[in-house]
Design a protein around this ligand. Structure first.
Ligand code: NAP
Ligand code: GCO
Length: 266
C-alpha cells in the first residue's frame, strides 16, 4: 500500500478563511502542496492582492475573494462563487480571527461582541454555508482553528478565550451532528505562533531586550521557541485528508508542548 495516498488532496477544493497571510496562508500553502485547489478570503482588497502575488510566487494559483466571514449574505455569495469557479468545497478551514487584548473590566461590550462574532459565530456561518454541499457529496472536512485559549485563560483576553472555548465545543458538536454524513470536523490548537497577530507580544524593548511576554513563552514552551505558521501545515494536511477519516471532534494541539508543561524554573 502507498500510505502517502491517504494524505493526498488531489482533486479537492479547499477554502481557508482569512488566509491573506499568517497561519491561514501557511495552511493554504500546505493544502496546495498536497494537491488541493485553494480558495481564500479576507476583508481587505490590499491584503488580497498582495496575497495573490505571494501565492503565485509559490506556484499556487489560489482564488481570492473579498468576504467578511461575519456577513451571512457575503458568505453565501462567496461559497456559491467558489462552487462555480473551483467546484463544491470539500475542505473548510475556519481560520479568520482577531484578538483584542483589553482588561475585561475595561472592555466594551461592543469589543467583546466583535471578537466573538469573528472568532466563533463566523465559524457557525461558514460551516452552515458549506455543509449542504458536503452532505450532497456525503463527504467533507471542517477544520476550526482553535487556540491555547480554548483550554486556558490569561489576563486581557476574555472575549478571545470565550470565543475559542466556544469554538472547541462547536467543533465537537458539528462532529456529533454530521459524522453520519461522513463529514469530519476537527480543530487545530496552535500554540504561540509568530504572526502579525502576536507581533505586539514579541516587540523588542527600548534597550533591545526581549519583550517580557516573549521570554515568558520561551520559558513555558518545551521546544524553547515560538511556533511558525509552517509548523501547522502537517496537522492541516492530516485533518483535511483521508488519513483522518476516523478522527472526529478532536482538537489537535500544535503547541511545542506548552499545554503539557508547568514551565521552566526561573
Ligand atoms: P492574523 O495574522 O491577524 O491574520 C488574520 C487573518 O484573518 C487576516 O488575513 C485577516 O485579513 C483575516 N480576517 C480577520 N477578520 C476577518 C473577517 N471578519 N472576515 C474575513 N477575514 C478576516 O492572525 P493569525 O495569527 O494568522 O491567526 C489566524 C487564526 O489562528 C486566528 O483564528 C487566531 O485566533 C488563531 N490563532 C493564532 C495563534 C497565534 O499565535 N498567532 C495561536 C492560536 C490560534 P483582513 O484583515 O484583510 O480581513
Ligand atoms: C495572546 C495570544 C494568544 C495566541 C494564541 C495562543 O494574546 O495570548 O494572542 O492568544 O494568539 O491564541 O494559542
Amino acid at each position: 500500500m502507498d500510505i502517502m495516498k491517504k494524505f493526498s488532496l488531489e482533486g479537492k477544493t479547499a477554502l481557508v478563511t482569512g488566509a491573506a497571510y499568517g497561519i491561514g496562508f501557511a495552511i493554504a500553502e500546505g493544502l496546495a502542496g498536497a494537491g488541493a485547489k485553494i480558495a481564500f478570503n479576507c476583508r481587505s482588497r490590499e491584503h488580497l492582492e498582495t496575497a495573490l502575488e505571494e501565492y503565485r510566487k509559490k506556484g499556487i494559483e489560489a482564488r481570492g475573494y473579498i468576504c467578511d466571514v461575519t456577513d451571512e449574505e457575503q458568505v453565501k455569495a462567496m461559497v456559491s462563487e467558489i462552487g462555480a469557479d473551483l467546484g463544491s468545497i470539500d475542505i473548510l478551514v475556519n481560520n479568520a480571527g482577531i484578538i483584542k487584548r483589553i482588561p475585561m473590566d475595561e472592555m466594551s461590550t461592543e469589543d467583546f461582541r466583535q471578537v466573538v462574532d469573528i472568532d466563533l459565530t463566523a465559524a457557525f456561518i461558514m460551516s452552515k454555508a458549506v455543509i449542504p454541499g458536503m452532505k450532497e457529496h456525503r463527504a467533507g472536512k471542517i477544520i476550526n482553528i482553535c487556540s491555547m485559549m480554548s483550554e486556558l485563560g490569561r489576563e486581557t483576553v476574555s472575549a478571545y478565550a470565550a470565543a475559542k472555548g466556544g469554538l472547541k465545543m462547536l467543533t465537537k458538536n458539528i462532529a456529533s451532528e454530521y459524522g453520519c454524513w461522513n463529514i469530519q470536523c476537527n480543530g487545530i490548537g496552535p500554540g504561540y505562533i509568530a504572526t502579525p497577530q502576536t507581533a505586539p507580544l514579541r516587540e523588542k524593548q527600548a534597550d533591545g531586550s526581549r519583550h517580557p511576554f516573549d521570554s515568558f513563552i520561551i520559558a513555558k514552551t518545551p521546544a524553547e521557541r515560538w511556533g511558525t505558521p509552517e509548523d501547522l501545515m502537517g496537522a492541516a494536511v492530516f485533518l483535511a485528508s483521508e488519513a483522518s477519516d476516523f478522527v472526529n471532534g478532536h482538537i489537535l494541539y500544535v503547541d511545542g508542548g506548552i499545554l503539557a508543561y508547568i514551565g521552566k524554573q526561573p
